[in-house]
Design a protein around this ligand. Structure first.
Ligand SMILES: [Zn+2]
Length: 412
């Protein structure tokens, strides 16, 4: 395709989405795959690299051009080698947008817009206004099945929505699903929206109250659509020259272990536990529902791993560890049966890195919810955060089947 046609496609796509696809923030950024061992943690904690896979054995990192020589030197000192997977992320993402635009045109039948949305999309990621419209339309159309309330506002004043899927014959047991805490992990809210839709139209979890937060970090999500597709944190503007707090390091349970004090790091924990309005809103809403809560599932990407606590310690075992593993395997078995995609059950800290201040550790440690997990969705690193949108349907299907099997296992 000639350049002119590419640009036309880009412009058309931009207009269709109502957002800029300029990824200038990532101009010159590269993705490296490191071999020979784990990426030195000081590089992560000081913000010199952005580790793209937090849970899996993959060691892909994003490196900004201004830090490339420092990072190269550090890897060399640690006897690690690397190869460049992506030479320029902004070009890569622009090409991806054109590719995605093509698949969108193939799936012309757009049933969800910012002014009407009765079904979540299978073949494209939804913008924040489409997500809000879907939730509002569901609440208005199916008031017996779903309540939608705002549990608080983000740093920039956007609502954080909670969808309560109401049971037909209440068992006084509930599950909590959180999605979108990390902005760039687009498959996470996409799956959550499909779970909401399935729960409205399907009675397989008839007695269970389901509380679902489809978009826990709306500011970050909007920012990934307008400015920087690889933004992870919230949009707290800090006094330093780096912004944003990692909302999955901001919860008050062994706060600070495996997290950074440097605002330039992608795992910056914030000035204090629950310093951010997003985590405070989630905390307060979860506290209200904690008595009946049997399962907390935080949806992230990528890696295809179901992580069980603790993230803060490699030596202290989580209470109920054996049951967490056994029930986790129920999920992975059902998911595999659904779509033939393999998930692994692994320990948050034990297998790879420390990571405290995450939702699942707090739920198990403070709420005493027996089953608390982080689910890293598709894929295993081929596309990572840029997972093509034609994965949405199958990924939602495997999570739906896995979640049903897990809930049946827990309440039986
Ligand atoms: Zn994440």
């Amino acid at each position: 395709m000639c350049l002119g046609r590419v640009l036309t496609a880009v412009v058309l796509l931009t207009a269709a989405r109502g957002a800029s696809i300029t990824q200038e923030a990532l101009r010159g950024h590269q993705v490296w795959e490191v071999s020979g061992g784990l990426v030195p943690q000081h590089l992560v904690m000081t913000g010199l690299v952005d580790p793209l896979d937090h849970s899996g054995p993959s060691r892909s990192i994003r490196v900004a051009p201004e830090f490339a020589s420092k990072v190269k030197e550090s890897l060399h000192r640690a006897d690690l080698t690397y190869r460049i997977l992506v030479h320029d992320l902004s070009t890569y993402l622009e090409e991806e947008e054109v590719r995605e635009g093509r698949s969108r045109r193939d799936a012309e039948n757009i049933t969800c817009t910012c002014s009407s949305c009765l079904e979540p999309l299978h073949s494209q990621y939804m913008s924040f206004c489409q997500i809000e419209r879907f939730l509002a339309d569901m609440a208005q159309t199916y008031p017996d099945r779903i309540n939608v309330t705002s549990i608080g506002k983000s740093v920039e004043g956007r609502d954080i929505w909670l969808a309560h899927l109401k049971p037909t014959n209440p068992l006084d047991k509930s599950i909590w699903v959180e999605a979108g805490l990390h902005a760039r992990e687009w498959i996470s809210p996409a799956v959550a929206l499909h779970l909401i839709h399935r729960l409205i139209h399907n009675s397989s979890m008839a007695g269970i109250d389901a509380f679902i937060i489809p978009m826990a970090n709306p500011d970050g999500y909007v920012y990934t659509w307008t400015t920087n597709r690889f933004w992870r944190k919230n949009r707290r503007i800090l006094a330093s020259n780096c912004d944003g707090v990692d909302l999955n390091r901001n919860w008050d349970f062994h706060f600070g272990v495996g997290a950074s004090t440097d605002p330039c790091s992608e795992v910056y924990k914030g000035p204090s536990a629950f310093s951010e309005p997003e985590t405070r809103a989630l905390r307060d809403a979860m506290l209200k529902e904690k008595d009946n809560m049997v399962l907390v599932l935080a949806l992230h990407s990528f890696g295809q791993n179901l992580l069980y606590p603790w993230g803060w310690s490699k030596t202290v075992q989580a209470p109920g560890r054996d049951e967490l593993i056994a029930t986790g395997k129920v999920f992975t078995f059902a998911a595999r049966k659904a779509t033939d995609v393999k998930y692994n059950v692994i320990n948050s800290a034990g297998d790879f890195y420390f990571a405290s201040g995450a939702t699942d550790d707090w739920a198990l440690g403070m709420l005493k919810t027996k089953y608390a997990y982080t689910l890293e969705l598709r894929d295993k690193g081929t596309w990572g955060f840029s997972l093509p949108s034609d994965n949405i349907a199958d990924c939602s299907e495997e999570v739906w089947q896995g979640l049903n099997a897990m809930v049946n296992d827990i309440v039986s």
